[in-house]
Design a protein around this ligand. Structure first.
Ligand SMILES: [Zn+2]
Ligand SMILES: [Zn+2]
Length: 195
């Protein structure tokens, strides 16, 4: 198994836009077909920052990207990082590389060895970051989300109970004594005017 990088500049915008991954793989494919005259992209698989695996030659086919002498014995997995721009593979990309390796070991007869392109061929590929990663034994990325520190729960104010109003005794109102209204004599029926 040989790991590769693109070599050129890879836009960091790739991380936020999978369409750019697709476009980049297409452009490498076309470069390999039209430029190199190969029947297809030279890599066995290409892996993007979203853990998407682009099938190049696939299992059981010779890749073309490793250089003479290495293609028959090694699959070629391309990581979509470059020598500038996006240079550090995000954890999901490393996971994707491992997906490809695992698949090729299970279904493609790949061996235990994981090496960089530069192991066996005069090239900078797969760049300093992946070279170090491979030297460390290509550790699988830890994808478990980091537990956030427990936020201190805000104290919820206990609402004060509304005071129950004391029942106000309704004073007994004695019925007013009704004074008899004197009968009002009509204006015509008044006492006769003395004048
Ligand atoms: Zn390479
Ligand atoms: Zn992608």
């Amino acid at each position: 198994m040989k790991i590769h990088y693109t070599g050129g500049k890879v836009s960091p915008k790739l991380v936020d836009d999978h369409d750019r991954c697709v476009a980049l793989v297409r452009s490498i494919q076309s470069q390999h077909q039209k430029g190199n005259g190969w029947i297809d992209i030279g890599y066995t698989y290409a892996v993007c920052p979203h853990r998407h695996i682009f099938v190049g030659r696939g299992a059981h086919h010779l890749p073309a990207a490793n250089g003479p002498g290495l293609n028959s014995g090694h699959y070629a997995v391309l990581a979509l990082v470059g020598s500038s721009g996006l240079v550090k593979p995000p954890p999901l990309m490393l996971a994707g590389i491992w997906d490809a390796i695992t698949y090729l070991r299970k279904h493609g007869g790949a061996g235990k060895e994981i090496k960089g392109h530069r192991d066996g061929y005069a090239t900078e590929c797969p760049g300093p970051w992946l070279t170090k990663w491979i030297a460390k034994g290509a550790p699988k990325p830890d994808l478990t989300p980091k537990p956030k520190p427990d936020p201190k729960p805000e104290p919820v104010p206990v609402p004060e109970p509304e005071p129950v109003p004391e029942p106000v005794p309704v004073p007994e109102v004695p019925a007013p004594e009704v004074e008899p209204v004197p009968e009002c004599p009509g204006p015509d029926e008044g006492e006769p005017d003395d004048d």
